[in-house]
Design a protein around this ligand. Structure first.
Ligand code: GCU
Length: 329
């Protein structure tokens, strides 16, 4: 039977199946899938939408970004794994979530590491930030840019007046060994819960955890203020968000496409700085109107004292990074 199929027909079938294959490859090349856990009203999401627009313009539609928000494709830990496995091409996660994959990412988590916002921005933009970003390549990831994620503070169901109120407090943290260590040093009991609906529910039930720590935009967009209206401005950590891509997917792009993507990512991070500053200001007013009690005049001296052993016990490789960061202007 097979012998009787005319050669012409076989050739057509072969060409058609090759074309179908090409169409698939093209499709994959053109569409970059980016998943993250933040809601679509979060400033970081808006910045990534801007990146998608810029990329589309720069490549005349050759490369497009398909963005899935709100943890639709999983929590940060899963998203990192999916990007490493090539199931999706990109994600945006907190540097705290990357610490278990690239230990250097945990440097930023260290409590009260940066002098101020300017110092933090300078370090990320300069050699130190770029060297740490490049470490991602050792685990099959390309680091494209940092996004400002401001400072993290503690919020709870009950009022917090000082360090004594942290004793025995069940607080949600990210899966970051450095953050876990920090909360323990402050006397709290850290519990790792994935960011997203599960966390919002856990906080509203108030059984497993009665407190959490995050930046103001995430506190507001996840509606954590509903169950935790006491916001205590410790600003204990400045851990940036990081945009990462599967390294093979990055390497499969041609030079112009890589440049376009790199430029679109950098421009969106710059645009985001403005969005962030505006959002943080406006959201505080909005949250006050909703009944949130902000304690802004926190005396952090006893907190810094409590975490001193973390710095005293730093392994050499970490101490070197910390010293470089402290020396940076
Ligand atoms: C920040 C960060 C998120 C992260 C979250 C968390 O809001 O932007 O990427 O998921 O912290 O606490 O897990």
């Amino acid at each position: 039977m097979k012998d009787r199929i005319p050669h012409g027909l076989l050739a057509v079938a072969l060409i058609l199946s090759m074309l179908a294959g090409c169409a698939d490859d093209d499709q994959q090349d053109r569409e970059i899938r980016l998943a993250h856990v933040l809601t679509d009203n979060h400033p970081v999401h808006h910045a990534m939408v801007r990146m998608a627009e810029l990329l589309d313009e720069k490549t005349q539609g050759q490369l497009t970004l398909n963005i899935r928000h709100s943890a639709q494709l999983g929590a940060e830990k899963e998203l990192i794994e999916k990007v490493q496995a090539g199931q999706i091409q990109m994600t945006k996660v907190s540097s705290n979530a990357l610490e278990s994959v690239v230990p250097e990412m945990g440097i930023f988590t260290l409590p009260w590491l940066f002098r101020d916002e300017q110092h933090y921005h300078g370090v990320l933009a300069d050699d130190i930030g770029q060297e740490i970003l490049a470490k991602l390549e050792t685990v099959g990831l390309k680091g494209l840019t940092y996004y400002d994620a401001g400072s993290r503070s503690i919020y709870a169901r009950d009022p917090i007046r000082g360090i004594e109120d942290l004793r025995g407090l069940n607080i949600r943290v990210q899966p970051s060994p450095t953050m876990i260590r920090t909360m323990e040093a402050l006397g709290a009991i850290p519990k790792s819960i994935p960011f997203g609906p599960e966390l919002t529910q856990a906080l509203s039930r108030g059984q497993l955890v009665t407190a959490a720590e995050n930046n103001i935009p995430s506190y507001q967009t996840e509606e954590h203020y509903r169950s935790c209206p006491h916001f205590f401005m410790t600003e204990h950590s400045r851990a940036p968000d990081v945009l990462i891509m599967n390294l093979r997917a990055w390497e499969s792009l041609n030079d112009e496409q890589q440049l376009a993507l790199q430029e679109a990512a950098a421009a969106s991070a710059e645009y985001h700085k403005h969005l962030w500053a505006e959002a943080t200001r406006e959201l505080q007013d909005d949250l006050r109107d909703k009944g949130v009690q902000f304690t802004t005049d926190v005396d952090i001296a006893p907190f810094v004292e409590a975490v001193r052993p973390i710095y005293e016990q730093l392994p050499d490789w970490r101490r070197e990074w910390v010293e470089r960061i402290w020396e940076a202007q």
